[in-house]
Every structure is written in C-alpha cells, then in structure tokens.
Design a protein around this ligand. Structure first.
Ligand code: DQA
Length: 143
C-alpha cells in the first residue's frame, strides 16, 4: 500500500504562519509526524508540497497506477480549484481531505470545499492528527 500526501500553498510556512491558528510546529515537523505515522502503520508514502495549482494537478495525474490512496490538504486551493477536483476525479484514486483548522467554523469563503466533493472523508480542526486519521482511514479501507 502506497499513499501520496499532498499539501498545498503556504503549508510550507507552518510555524511562522498565523501560529494562533496553525500552531508553532513547522512544516518539517509535519513531514516527520507523517513519516512516523506511516512507519507505524507499515505504509509506504511520499509527501509533497507545492504553492502552485498546476503542479498539484500534475502530481495527482502522475499518481495514477502508482499510489493506492491520496491524503490531500489543498490549503487555499480547497476553496477555489475545480482543476484539482477534476484531477482527483480523473485518476479516481481513493482520497481523504485534511485541514489543520476547522474550515467550517472560519470565514464563509472557507466553507466550500471543491476537494471535499471528491474525497471520501474529511478530517478538519484536528491539527497534525488529521493526517494520522486520514492515513488510518485509507489503511482500514484496504484491510
Ligand atoms: C487549511 C485551511 C484553508 O482554508 C487555508 O487556506 C489553508 C490551510 C488548513 O489546513 O486548515 O491554507 O487547509
């Protein structure tokens, strides 16, 4: 089982970025956290971050027949990107959406999630733990 974890724009700024909302841990801490979760669950993984919509679309396209599951925090593109939604639909790989914060409790423009229209499950407002839950969800699915 091989999982691709995709992180969208500004998540590379974790630690610096609005720490009251996103916490004080940096992106590297998230990379290590995800690696530890995957190791414990005996899952192969790749973690990818990009600030560019087209690069995320290409990464999803390249996942076809390579990855069994996708965990995606498309960050701001969650609320705008039909292109990312269409890429997920195109490859048809089971996917789970993650948000560090509870997007449904924030500004109204964050209440719409295009990514979520494809994903089987969403974990929001759980911080890093949302990634663990998403990986667990995919592991359960393939059990
Ligand atoms: C986010 C929520 C988005 O609304 C925001 O644009 C982000 C991060 C989250 O993880 O809580 O960049 O996806």
């Amino acid at each position: 089982m091989k999982i691709l974890i995709i992180n969208g724009p500004n998540l590379n700024m974790l630690g610096l970025r609005e720490p009251d909302l996103y916490g004080k841990k940096d992106y590297n801490a998230l990379v290590e956290y995800v690696a530890e979760c995957c190791k414990n669950m005996e899952v192969e993984h790749e973690i990818y971050q990009s600030n560019h919509e087209g690069e995320i679309v290409e990464k999803i396209q390249q996942a076809y027949k390579v990855f069994d599951g996708i965990v995606i925090n498309a960050a701001a593109y969650t609320h705008t990107s039909v292109a990312i939604l269409d890429a997920l639909k195109a490859v048809s790989i089971p996917a789970v959406e993650v948000h560090l914060t509870d997007i449904s409790a924030r500004e109204p423009f964050r209440h719409i999630s295009y990514t979520g229209m494809y994903c089987e499950m969403t974990y929001k407002g759980l911080g890093f733990e949302g990634y663990k839950k998403a990986i667990e969800y995919l592991c359960e699915k393939y059990k």
